[in-house]
Design a protein around this ligand. Structure first.
Ligand code: KG4
Ligand code: ZN
Length: 326
């Protein structure tokens, strides 16, 4: 069983030891947070408390056999919102204790990578690009559970930049899908900066600030650039930077497989560009289906299977960790 409560999705899933999803349920709090333009930590924790037990009942489906079937309980313990994480951790500890099965400590980012494992075995070494509302990381996966962080964002995460630029354009939260949709009928006519830092580090706050200044200047000049074109220009800059860095890493490490995961992996322009670049190199590109790109518990249970195979378990005093390195 996998349990995920690190941000604004409460999720519970069952995955078997062949990495097949038996059940996967989720309650999103997105609408509760939309009014604030972002996730409110205290509200998130309270909403998880309301959602977790009904979800567990849903997964059990009234079957008393669940306690006989579940061999371990995997739970995300970080990184994430501490109050939110505690809800899932408390539930997982209670179940592991009551059922007398191992408790498995899941790293949220590693779980995002393992969303791809649900589709088939990994071919090591491979590269993973994690792009979500909270993360922008390039990771070299050298073997089962052997993660090497190559680079990360120095400021905003990609999804965060999408959400902030969407807000500047008066679009609702979460802004990623909105910008993606708008950009499809726009033209990337404005040349927004591509911030390419040294090595594998990323930076997206400068781009966001540039878009803000661009809109302010346009307004002062009495001009009104089409939001579709602004969205397309912003997206082109983001996709350029992500593709350049990622495929440079592919070339430098010589890997034959690339996994892209996290909410922003749902982006249509990014999928097209990455598919093209991967094909040109004969590299296998793996992007989980959208439901497993955004936060879910099937990916948590999938990593749980790997942890169980490796004999990595946690004690009942497992803490919640706001930040946690890979
Ligand atoms: O992985 P996720 O569900 O939650 C986090 O762990 O952050 O990612 C959510 C992020 C949000 O910032 C959202 O705007 C972005 O993913 N996102 C997208 C798209 N769909 C979701 N960004 C760009 N294009 C999309 N189609
Ligand atoms: Zn996530």
């Amino acid at each position: 069983m996998g349990i995920e409560t690190s941000c604004d999705e409460t999720a519970v899933a069952l995955v078997d030891d062949t990495f097949s999803v038996r059940a996967s349920f989720l309650t999103s709090q997105m609408e509760r947070h939309a009014a604030y333009g972002g996730v409110v930590p205290e509200l998130a924790a309270r909403e998880h408390l309301v959602a977790i037990l009904p979800l567990l009942e849903q997964v059990a489906g009234g079957a008393a056999s669940l306690r006989k079937e579940v061999r371990a309980v995997a739970v995300t313990y970080g990184p994430g919102l501490v109050g939110a994480l505690h809800v899932g951790i408390a539930a997982a500890k209670a179940l592991a204790w009551a059922w007398d099965v191992p408790l498995l400590p899941v790293h949220h980012l590693a779980a995002h990578i393992y969303a791809a494992r649900l589709e088939g075995p990994f071919h090591y070494p491979f590269l993973a690009l994690l792009i979500s509302g909270g993360h922008t990381e390039l990771v070299l996966v050298e073997g089962p559970l052997a993660f090497r962080l190559l680079g990360a964002t120095r400021d905003d995460a990609v999804g965060e930049a999408y959400d902030k630029v969407a807000r500047l354009l008066g679009l609702p939260y979460p802004g990623g899908p909105e910008i993606d949709r708008l950009a499809q009928s726009g033209e990337a006519r404005y040349s927004f900066p591509r911030v390419v830092l040294e090595g594998y580090a990323f930076s997206f706050s400068g781009l966001k600030t540039h878009v803000r200044h661009f809109l302010e200047r346009a307004e002062a000049a009495g001009e009104s650039p089409r939001p579709e074109d602004v969205a397309a220009s912003f997206q082109a800059a983001v996709v350029d930077v992500l593709a350049e860095k990622t495929f440079r890493a592919v070339d430098e490490t010589g890997v034959r497989e690339l996994v892209v995961a996290g909410g922003v992996a749902a982006n249509s322009a990014l999928r097209r560009r990455f598919a093209r670049e991967a094909e040109a190199r004969g590299v296998r590109l793996r992007i989980p289906p959208p439901a497993y790109c955004t936060d879910n518990a099937a990916m948590v249970a999938a990593l749980g299977v790997e942890l169980l195979h490796a004999g990595i378990t946690a004690d009942l005093d497992l803490p919640a960790r706001a930040s946690l390195s890979l």
